[in-house]
Design a protein around this ligand. Sequence first.
Ligand code: AP5
Length: 228
Amino acid sequence: MRLVLLGPPGAGKGTHAQVLSKEFGVAHVSTGDMLREALKAATPLGLKAKATMEKGLLVPDDVVIALVRERLSGPDAKKGFILDGFPRTPEQARSLDATLRDLDMPLSLVLYFKTSLPVIIRRLSGRRVCGACGKNYHLLNFKPKAEGICDACGGKLVQRPDDREETIENRLKVYEAETTPLIDYYQKLKLLTQVSGDLEVRELNRDLLDVFRRKGLLGPGVKDPQRA
Ligand code: AP5
């Protein structure tokens, strides 16, 4: 299974990529997480990306393309992968095509999480993440057991700097201008399937499994988690 999750900020790409990668034993490749890890480790890449990310703008294509190429060439991507937050520009999409051609690993499917504006705003403004391990929560939907504390590691929950109101607006503008052309791009390649990002996690997960069944992606190599 080799997937791209496409959709606006807050559509649930990260949430579902995490669930699906566990269910199917494939790599979760999130450029946002990779950049945040680089930032936390204060690597030259992280320090360079910091201001761009905090403004809600895109990190240069060549930087993320190199990150993804290296990750997809690694051993864990051989079993399959879920790309979350990449590609985000036509240039990134073309380069992904070339990388996957070189690696002889064609995409199975691109899932477009079509999501309405009020849902996006609610999700992003209520999101909290663990400052230590990065686990995601939501003030209304996914509350931790103890307020402000991560269930997994006891770390303190914080708001992502780019989830502030003024930055959310920027991210949405960038998404419209840079990323929405990819809907057409993948439609023309007959790889795109649209699902509703507005659905609750369980409902959307059920729809995604239906899509995989319809597309024949739950073959012998990939177990159907509902029947396992
Ligand atoms: P990135 O981290 O990729 O941010 P994003 O694409 O804006 O996506 P989000 O993480 O905000 O949303 P999501 O769709 O993953 O939603 P989530 O599941 O978390 O990128 C950050 C920055 O890095 C970019 O702005 C850019 O600067 C840089 N960058 C990254 N990739 C790049 C690239 N390829 N090129 C250039 N620059 C790049 O859910 C959100 C909240 O809603 C959570 O609280 C969650 O618990 C809740 N939730 C999720 N799904 C549901 C549901 N179905 N029902 C109820 N609640 C839900």
